[in-house]
Design a protein around this ligand. Structure first.
Ligand code: UD1
Ligand code: CA
Length: 492
């Protein structure tokens, strides 16, 4: 039995040396982010499943930044430097020169096509192979072809040329089938035809698109393969297109989630990065951003108005109006409204972090609660503990950070300062307003505050005539009357 093998390519060449002037950015264009991945990252991810032996990325403008990024996201890809940006054809030639013995089909793709999908690339590679073509271009029928290269076909519908808008006649400009900037070509053929490219065009560059016409004239088999979804091929040249492409990508991510059983209450205000996972029967309320490597489990409710970055929300947990970075929120735990969870926060099952609480590098045990107005940093809290309102884990002495340990079933009174390093033993209490500077033994009540002293009559003496003094006087009369009344009753 023979297993049919899908046609593939020997190399992937990504053109990413252009300056991207229209972005008006100090950052190279291909490094701009959409849904948690750079433009370049999206193109590489789409090409990855082709399993090419070589992945070459042509770099030039801002090359140090692009190379650094490449090393981080695709260490197997090889940057090839195009010293001067002399056009897309020149860029492709520079890439081929870097692997002189390369043979077979090569995919060449613009680095600014973040919506390309692997299926679309596979269809082009298959079309190329099926047609026995030496040069195939991916095309799309679009409503507005402005700025793009037009596909010129002859009377029989066979592709004849790609004409850039600035070099096109009025009749050619009316064509709505455009060049996607994605090509598959035989390496040897491409090498040969690129070597002969002229620069007699409006931009004085070597256009990769000019490779097609001479091949047609020479009678070589070529192909133009239409993309199924025209959105796939849209490039990204300025900030408005960047926003539009991001919107499209986000919609795709949300569609996939909803098809898989996630409730998205308001897709228009929900933003989910491509590497995020959300399980079926999770619910995303309006105004949610799930970023980076965040994952949300079944039955969890996130939002409204919540940002989760590189965080994990386990089954049945809820996170309301909160900002969460690098945290793990355990099963059935509740967070918010208005909580700020910073990296290293680990909330165990059924625990709670409430309003106006900030946490960092802390593990909160099962069923423990930090309900209101607290800062909890560098700490371990056992199970079943309650941290009273306005407690501060005083972790920083101005030089170093120190750890606090709070045992199981501890009750920290409101407005306690836990001055680290310090340990509060299992089952201990602290009195409200205490400043705890030494360890509290298990089961003890720690009281660390000044004893109350009442200076009787101070207000009437020192603030006479004020509303406070009058109120005190009235209270004094009432108390005297009440006291007299009690005496009368008692003597009856
Ligand atoms: C290009 C195509 C156009 C197509 C469009 C699709 C050419 C001449 N035109 O136009 O037909 O419809 O893409 O989006 O190719 N680059 C280099 N080195 C250079 C010049 C460019 O690496 O010297 C890279 C750019 O970084 C970019 C790609 O090549 O990723 C295309 O260049 P760009 O200037 O964006 O071409 P477009 O005008 O968009
Ligand atoms: Ca472009």
């Amino acid at each position: 039995m023979t297993v049919p093998t899908r046609p593939t390519v020997a190399a992937v060449v990504v053109l990413a040396a252009g300056q991207g002037t229209r972005m008006r950015s100090a950052r190279p264009k291909v490094l701009h982010d959409l849904c948690g991945r750079s433009m370049l990252g999206h193109v590489l991810a789409a090409a990855e499943p082709l399993g090419a032996e070589h992945t070459l990325v042509v770099v030039g403008s801002g090359r140090e930044l692009v190379e650094e990024h490449l090393a981080a996201i695709a260490p197997g890809a090889r940057p090839v430097v195009q010293e001067e940006q002399r056009g897309s054809g020149h860029a492709a030639a520079v890439a081929l020169a870097a692997v002189p013995d390369l043979e077979g089909p090569v995919l060449v793709v613009n680095g600014d096509a973040p919506l390309l999908r692997q299926e679309t690339l596979a269809a082009l590679v298959e079309g190329h192979s099926a047609a026995g073509s030496v040069f195939s271009v991916l095309t799309a029928e679009v409503d507005d072809p402005t700025g793009l290269g037009r596909i010129i076909r002859d009377g029989d519908g066979a592709p004849r040329a790609i004409v850039e808008e600035s070099d096109a006649t009025d009749a050619q400009r009316a064509v709505r089938e455009v060049n996607a900037g994605v090509y598959v070509a035989n390496a040897a053929t491409l090498r040969r035809v690129l070597a002969g490219l002229a620069t007699d065009n409006a931009q004085g560059e070597q256009y990769l698109t000019d490779a097609l016409a001479p091949l047609v004239e020479g009678g070589a088999p070529v192909a133009a393969v239409r993309a199924e979804d025209p959105a796939d091929v849209l490039g990204c040249n300025d900030r408005r297109e960047l926003a539009a492409r991001r919107r499209t990508l986000n919609d795709r991510v949300l569609d996939e989630l909803m098809r898989a059983g996630v409730t998205v209450v308001d897709p228009a205000t929900t933003w989910v990065d491509v590497d995020v996972t959300v399980a079926a029967d999770a619910l995303l309320e309006p105004g949610v951003q799930l970023r980076g490597t965040t994952s949300v489990a079944a039955g969890a409710v996130v939002g409204p108005d919540t940002t989760l970055v590189d965080s994990t929300v386990e089954e049945g947990a809820t996170v309301v109006r909160s900002h969460v970075l690098g945290a793990v929120i355990g099963p059935d735990a509740t967070v918010g409204p208005f909580s700020y969870l910073r990296p290293g926060t680990r909330l165990a099952g059924r625990s709670k972090v409430g309003a106006f609480v900030e946490t960092k590098n802390v593990s909160v045990g099962e069923d423990s609660k930090v309900p209101h107005l607290s800062y909890v940093g560098d700490a371990t809290i056992g199970r079943g503990a309650n941290i009273g309102a306005a407690t501060v884990f005083v972790n920083y002495d101005g030089v170093a950070k120190h750890h606090t340990t709070v045992g199981d079933h501890v009750r920290i009174g409101s407005d306690t300062m836990l001055v680290a390093p310090v340990t509060v033993g299992d089952g201990a209490y602290t009195a409200a307003g205490s400043v705890i500077t030494s360890d509290v033994p298990p089961g003890a009540l720690a009281v660390a505050r000044a004893t109350q002293r009442d200076v009787a009559g101070w207000v009437q003496r020192r603030r006479p005539g004020t509303p406070a003094a009058r109120a005190a006087e009235a209270a004094g009369d009432a108390r005297a009357a009440a006291a007299a009344d009690t005496r009368t009753t008692a003597s009856e």
